[in-house]
Design a protein around this ligand. Structure first.
Ligand code: NFE
Length: 503
């Protein structure tokens, strides 16, 4: 039987998943991006310095990653010498956005796939947020309305956490995390100017001077976020993992992995990063080569040629193209299907021995769960890798604030050349993000974005191979084919953003 489990909720944008289920096994899955945007088209002919502003509008969740990728690309195209402070400010803005994003994803987008919100009916304490939630859910359960208490109910049928303490604690943190997310965003806004679309980010630096007041405000906010990560987010995640150990083995993608590396230590373009870059194919990590990236469109709604490299990318919409089922293109690396995102980021770093803390955390948690590092390719693995990333990023950001020299330059003088080109590679929360800019006559002549959710939620490529999410769904056993809570948990573990994917 064929079943659409979309539009899938608790993610950004319009994603449908068409599944074929036989004998309770998903035998086929199609990931369908259901909207078109066209940023690469309307950037053409504009002033190059508009790019890090305009591309932030691709998304309200990961705008800073787009600004940073664009800034890196422009730095390369302008041959800018970035001051040390400029790179640190980029890191402070982008890193705080990752912390916000991991908390948002775990609590608001994923936790209630596992945590039993109806456990609140047994709550006898005095916390005002939880009392309010209890009244709401009680009313919903008694009312018989069909949409009684969105976003909490109705929900998919399935098994949820049965331990009352775990449920109530996670629900309390669900509410608390909203305040903490605000603090992470406020930290970014100190230097970026505002959330979500920062006006302060420029190639090579920021417009806001890093004076002592700004630095200490930033530190105070990140300390609070860090405390929440260690004392609430990690324990809640481990409690969910303890209740659903089978999800270390569910939702495995069937290709390789790629990370561009996150948060450079220094201002130079080839500076080592907090999390190291690499492509992991057949158990071996290799250096990323941008020339190996192509985008297929046989099953995407474009009439422009298929299999083009980034520097040649084209975008001609063809909404009625026969056989096409998504507005998302199918990026491939030397023909390989790749997963990007938290598991890719941590696996690629772990296997290279890049970051000692990452290694310790992965070994510790894998030991507790009795799994090997390869099980990071799973629903729980993706969740755990976000938490591991959050721990190392928070420490890195606090360390970076100590490296600022308030009296040194924080933005370079920018002179746009008549012609030039550059790649910008970074890790958005959802994975490997690439921007490419080409300049002619001082204007944008070509602009390409190859975006995390484009990789993960890609449709079939020209040879018919499924994308990473499609491959992770195929073979999954579902208790209730009409609802497929298992498939929803897999989709959520990738944290798709369709606004980004189609850009
Ligand atoms: Ni719209 Fe984004 C991130 C980017 S995902 S959220 O993270 O780039 O494709």
């Amino acid at each position: 039987m064929k079943i659409d489990i979309g539009p899938v909720t608790r993610l950004e944008g319009h994603l449908n998943i068409n599944t074929t289920v036989e004998n309770n096994i998903i035998t086929d899955a199609k990931s369908m991006g259901e909207m078109f945007r066209g940023f690469e088209v309307f950037l053409l002919g504009r002033d190059p310095l508009d790019a890090q502003q305009i591309t932030q509008r691709i998304c309200g969740v990961c705008p800073y990653a787009h600004a940073i990728a664009s800034s890196y690309a422009q730095e390369a195209a302008y041959r800018l010498r970035t001051p040390a402070n400029g790179r640190i400010l980029h890191n402070l803005i982008q890193g705080a956005n990752h912390l916000y994003d991991y908390l948002l994803h775990f609590y608001q987008l994923s936790a209630l796939d596992f945590i039993d919100v109806t456990a609140i009916t047994g709550y006898a304490g005095k916390d005002p947020d939880l009392t309010h939630l209890k009244e709401w859910v009680n009313h919903a359960l008694g009312s018989g309305e069909s949409h009684p208490a969105a976003p909490f109910l109705p929900r998919l049928s399935g098994t949820y956490v049965t331990d009352a303490d775990i449920n109530i604690t996670a629900l309390k943190h669900y509410v608390e995390s909203l305040e903490i997310q605000k603090k992470a965003n406020r930290a970014s806004a100190i230097f970026g100017g505002r959330f979500p679309h920062a006006t302060g980010i420029f190639p090579g630096g920021c417009t806001r001077p890093p004076d002592i007041d700004a630095i200490s405000s930033y530190q105070a906010l990140i300390h609070e976020v860090k405390h929440f990560i260690h004392h609430k987010y990690l324990p809640d995640l481990l409690a969910v993992a303890g209740a659903f150990p089978e999800y270390w083995h569910i939702g495995q993608s069937k290709g390789g992995f790629m990370s561009y590396g996150l948060l450079p230590f220094g201002p130079e373009p080839d500076s080592p990063r907090l999390l190291s870059p690499g492509v992991l194919i057949d158990g071996k990590v290799e250096t990323v080569k941008t020339g190996a990236i192509t985008e297929d469109v046989k099953f995407a709604k474009y009439s422009s040629p298929s299999g083009l490299k980034v520097t040649q990318g084209r975008l001609t919409p063809a909404p009625h193209k026969e056989g096409a089922y998504s507005w998302v293109k199918a990026p491939r690396y030397g023909g390989h299907v790749l997963e990007v995102g938290p598991a890719a980021r941590i696996l690629v770093d772990y296997l290279q021995g890049g970051n000692e803390t990452v290694k310790q955390l992965v070994d510790r948690f894998a030991g507790m769960a009795d799994i090997g590092p390869e099980q990071l390719n799973s629903v729980l693995g993706r969740h755990l890798c976000r938490a591991v990333s959050a721990v190392v990023i928070a420490d890195f950001l606090l360390d970076q604030t100590e490296q600022i020299n308030p009296s040194a330059p924080f933005i370079p003088e920018i002179k746009i050349p008549e012609a030039g080109e550059g790649f910008g590679l970074t890790e958005a929360s959802r994975g490997a993000l690439l921007h490419y800019i080409r300049i002619r006559n001082y204007k944008i002549d070509h602009y390409e974005c190859v975006v995390p959710t484009t990789w993960n939620c890609s449709p079939r490529d020209d040879t018919g191979r499924p994308g990473a999410l499609e491959s992770a769904l195929i073979g999954t056993r579902v208790e209730d084919p009409a609802q497929q809570i298992e498939a929803n948990r897999i989709v959520h573990s990738f944290d798709p953003c369709l606004a980004c994917a189609v850009h």
